[in-house]
Design a protein around this ligand. Structure first.
Ligand code: FNR
Length: 189
């Protein structure tokens, strides 16, 4: 069957390398995964004061996750963690208390940076957050992408065969992970 995967790009930059990476991932993903981006840009900063009356952007965020079979995070590393905009989106989705949208959802994390460490530290930080949110994370393979503009074209095409093969494998594994998780934990949405 086909799975609906929502993805978050953790960057608000107009020239985001992680957005380019997301395009590459969509290109190499297996056909039974269908992707929709969940925008994070227009969310206000979360406060518990909103818990009784979420603004439309946050209601739509939670509804979009509820409609999804799985979520994918494509994020930069900011100061050895994830960007505030992404953390803010996760905080919105995790609340109000008792209505955590990530509960039991299949999830995967990936990210790119120009540096050799390839967002490894940010991904560990994100994994800790997603653990607390009770998402069912794919633990392997991991993917720490050192971004090179020669390898990743703006339209998402990949010029290096080994990189394309690695990312294809990552997305195939994610598809398998989603199927396995949903076999024991069907989504009610
Ligand atoms: C960075 N960058 C960065 N890179 C990294 O590998 N580790 C880090 O901790 C940081 N910290 C950091 C903080 C802030 C505030 C900025 C703006 C940048 C560099 C970062 O990887 C680079 O700007 C990427 O291009 C960001 O990804 P997007 O926005 O292009 O997708």
């Amino acid at each position: 069957r086909t799975y609906q995967v929502s993805y978050f790009v953790g960057s608000l930059s107009s020239t985001s390398i992680n957005r380019t990476l997301s395009k590459a991932l969509l290109r190499v993903a297996p056909e039974h995964l269908e992707f929709t981006e969940i925008p994070i840009r227009d969310l206000p900063l979360y406060s518990p004061d909103y818990d009784d009356d979420y603004p439309p952007e946050a209601l739509e965020l939670k509804a979009a996750i509820d409609r999804s079979d799985a979520v994918l995070f494509v994020t930069p590393e900011y100061n050895r963690s994830i960007p505030g905009a992404l953390k803010n989106a996760i905080d919105w989705a995790s609340r109000p208390w008792g209505r955590n949208s990530f509960d039991h959802i299949p999830a995967a994390v990936i990210g790119a940076s120009p540096g050799a460490i390839g967002t490894a530290v940010a991904q560990q930080s994100l994994r800790a957050v997603l653990s607390f949110c009770n998402a069912r994370q794919m633990t392997a393979p991991e993917a720490y992408i050192t971004f090179s503009p020669e390898v990743f074209q703006e339209d998402g095409s990949i010029t290096k065969e080994s990189t394309e093969a690695f990312l294809t494998e990552f997305m195939n594994e994610f598809g398998d992970h989603i199927r396995r998780v949903l076999a024991v934990l069907p989504r009610s949405a």
